[in-house]
Design a protein around this ligand. Structure first.
Ligand SMILES: [Zn+2]
Length: 435
């Protein structure tokens, strides 16, 4: 995750769209029939020689009977591959995309004050996310409502990317050092119950789909997990979010924030290392989702120099990862529901599903791991009747992989060959080597 940075001088910008990027729009009018050698439908069934019939942006039927293909349907032959529902990543930061500009630390790249520039660049991370088979994300923290802009551009077909459910600003406590002459940070700062109420309402008014609260310190190469908000403040955020029909994710690197977030009624707990047995038990009892984001520290270890972290980060982060994994192992054993969240940021897009490898290490079978990125994630979004499964009436999001993902989860990490979102083919890498 990343704390919202101190807002620089914000220039009022008017973006006028003179031309329509019509090619980005899913031309999902026609009927398609997708043939798959195997299909894991997310509903507990494995089909052999499945035919998925798609009408516009929705799945109409699944059959093995070729005579049931409607006349005039466009047939797509993926019989060499295994089909899966479009995957869901419940923790991203799509608008914090950076590129490989030589010699410019990624943290420095984030200093660009123009939201339009950042949203435009973020289309590359969006494409890589799709290439990983992820067709839906829950994006947990952005500046200047860039996430809302990006979500809307994607929904309008002006940008190609995963369907986004966004939070606007995450709520966080006062955390900016004194700097004379600098504007105070905008957005998510809220101290005390009244300010928390205002900040939650502000995100909802701005168009947020979900609320995010930073309940502890810890971000980037900082893995301190000191609780920031009080139980009362968390409870106020949770109750207000729920009052408006929104779910709330609470970030906590450490156990104290997680304990209070669970008791306050958060829908998901992000990161949360070293949780005690009582908190884990309470999560299992309440059905609170755990999004451990184990792999993002692996990404930071691999890329910290490029990102621009100060020396010493590697040892610190490497010591944190096994604790994170161990907490996940305990929680899974205790019956806590998991959802896959990568915490993808900077150049991590496209590595979203590596988290599933950690889930298998934590004791899940590949199929159980796949559920965290399909049915479970859809439930956390409140979209379990539209997303996370290949079934009649669901949105036509479909991924084809080469190999057997139920035998080896790495097939999902490395061998995505073809992706459909909303009935439109968005990735076709058949004939390309493994990623
Ligand atoms: Zn995050």
């Amino acid at each position: 995750m990343r704390w919202p940075r101190i807002a620089a001088v914000v220039l009022l910008m008017t973006v006028s769209m003179q031309t329509s990027l019509a090619q980005g729009k899913p031309a999902a009018k026609s009927v398609k029939a997708v043939r798959l050698g195997k299909l894991w439908d997310g509903k507990g069934k494995i089909w052999t020689n499945a035919i998925v019939v798609i009408d516009a942006n929705k799945i109409r039927a699944i059959t093995t009977d070729a005579s049931a293909i409607p006349a005039g349907a466009e047939t797509i032959d993926l019989s060499k591959y295994t089909g899966l529902p479009g995957l869901i990543d419940v923790h991203t930061h799509m608008t914090f995309y950076t590129d490989e500009t030589p010699g410019v630390p990624l943290l420095k790249q984030m200093a660009n004050p123009f939201p339009a520039v950042e949203v435009f660049l973020a289309r590359k991370g969006a494409m890589r996310t799709l290439e990983a088979g992820v067709t839906t994300v829950r994006d947990l923290g952005a500046d200047q409502y860039m996430d809302i802009a990006m979500r809307d551009l994607i929904n309008r077909g002006e940008m190609i990317g995963p369907r986004m459910f966004v939070c606007g600003y995450g709520l966080y406590i006062t955390n900016t050092p004194y700097k004379p002459g600098l504007n105070p940070p905008a957005g998510g700062i809220a101290d005390g119950v009244p300010e928390v109420l205002r900040a939650v309402r502000q995100q909802i008014a701005a168009g947020a789909d979900v609320i995010k609260m930073y309940g502890s310190t810890g971000t980037d190469d900082d893995i301190t997990g000191f609780e920031t908000y009080t139980f009362e403040e968390m409870k106020a955020a949770v109750d207000t979010a729920h009052q408006f029909g929104k779910k709330i994710a609470i970030h906590s690197y450490g156990p104290d924030g997680a304990r209070d977030a669970v008791r306050a009624g958060a829908d998901s707990i992000e990161h949360a290392t070293d949780m005690d047995d009582a908190t884990i038990h309470e999560m299992a009892k309440r059905g609170t989702f755990y999004v451990p984001t184990i792999d993002h520290n692996r990404y930071y270890v691999d890329n910290g120099d490029k990102i621009g972290y100060a020396p010493g980060y590697k040892e610190r982060l490497q010591a944190f990862i096994p604790r994170n994994l161990e907490t996940a192992r305990k929680a899974y054993k205790a019956g806590v529901k998991f959802a896959m969240g990568s915490d993808a940021i900077y150049t991590m897009f496209g590595e979203n599903t590596r988290e599933l490898g950690w889930f298998v290490k934590a004791g899940m079978t590949p199929e159980q791991a796949l559920r965290t990125a399909t049915t479970n994630a859809a439930e956390l979004l409140g979209k379990e009747k539209e997303l996370g499964a290949v079934a009649p009436g669901y949105l036509a999001d479909l991924v084809a992989v080469e190999g057997d993902p139920l035998a080896d989860i790495n097939v999902v990490l490395n061998n995505v060959k073809w992706v459909m979102k909303d009935g439109a083919v968005v990735v076709d890498r058949r004939g390309s080597p493994a990623r």
